[in-house]
Design a protein around this ligand. Sequence first.
Ligand code: FE2
Length: 326
Amino acid sequence: MTAPAEPMHELAHLGHASLFTPTPEATCSYFVDLLGMDLLEERDGSSYLRAYGDYERWTVKVTGADRAGAEYISWRTSSPQALDRRVTWLESAGHGGRWVDQEFGKGPAYEFDDPDGHTFRLYFETERYVAPEGKRPVIPVNIQAYAGRGANVHHLDHVNLLARDVRVCREFWEEGFGLRTYEIIERPDGDGELGAWMSSSIQGHELIYTQENTSGHGRLHHLAYVVESREEVLRAAEIMADALIYIEAGPSRHTAIQGFYLYTREPGGNRIEVANGGYLVFAPDAEPYVWTAEEWATKPGWGARIPPEFHVYGTPVVDPEQEMTT
Ligand SMILES: [Fe+2]
């Protein structure tokens, strides 16, 4: 038996996402009025928002643009040294990027692209949120007082990106950053993977890649904020329905990682999930569960059928004429 590779704990957690939207005001209203987040800051044409359980000052940035999509996704590293080590690896492995200036509430970041062309940033320095008068929690260890507004999302949970080659992206994060993969779905043609669920911790999923079925690249599938119970996912559905927000899928439960979900499209078109649950992986030597295509097609357990558009739509939206069928 060969000794397993030493675990690498260089990435602490998913940090924040910067989203583009053609409807910045409506998108911000979605985050504030419907998800129940706070608008912390507006500067230089961007809005910075946070959920009441986010310990950093913000976890999503919204900027007006001609089309929706993710400008970048970030990871907070586990230390300044880890940040330097990962930059060294990126540059030595031919994935070098560039240092970018500090932005509101965050320290210097190193920006680079994954193999599919999604832009990522690594950073360590960050400003912690300090609740002002009126939002202070009664229990001092809490970040802020219970929000209890809208869908009442608690914190940023995970991001799902589309990739033309899921396996290449998975191996990039495993080899370069030590992310662990908890589930994989094999492609029916045996040539690669349909999906991979990855994490920097025991949390079942933080970064997900699923198959890009169009000619696009670097596209966002969805960004997920978590609520504290399944019941709150159902409540979110009521709130979204009455606000005439498009509900694409759910409420239901996924088979992979088994999170309970509600998928909506914010007014600018980015797919946003209200999520709860998903299992935890305590075993330090757990191997990923690999679903064969045949096994995956049987979808054991329960859960609603996902609509076909879930496997095609992403942001930026591609011209339907360019869409492939696989
Ligand atoms: Fe999700």
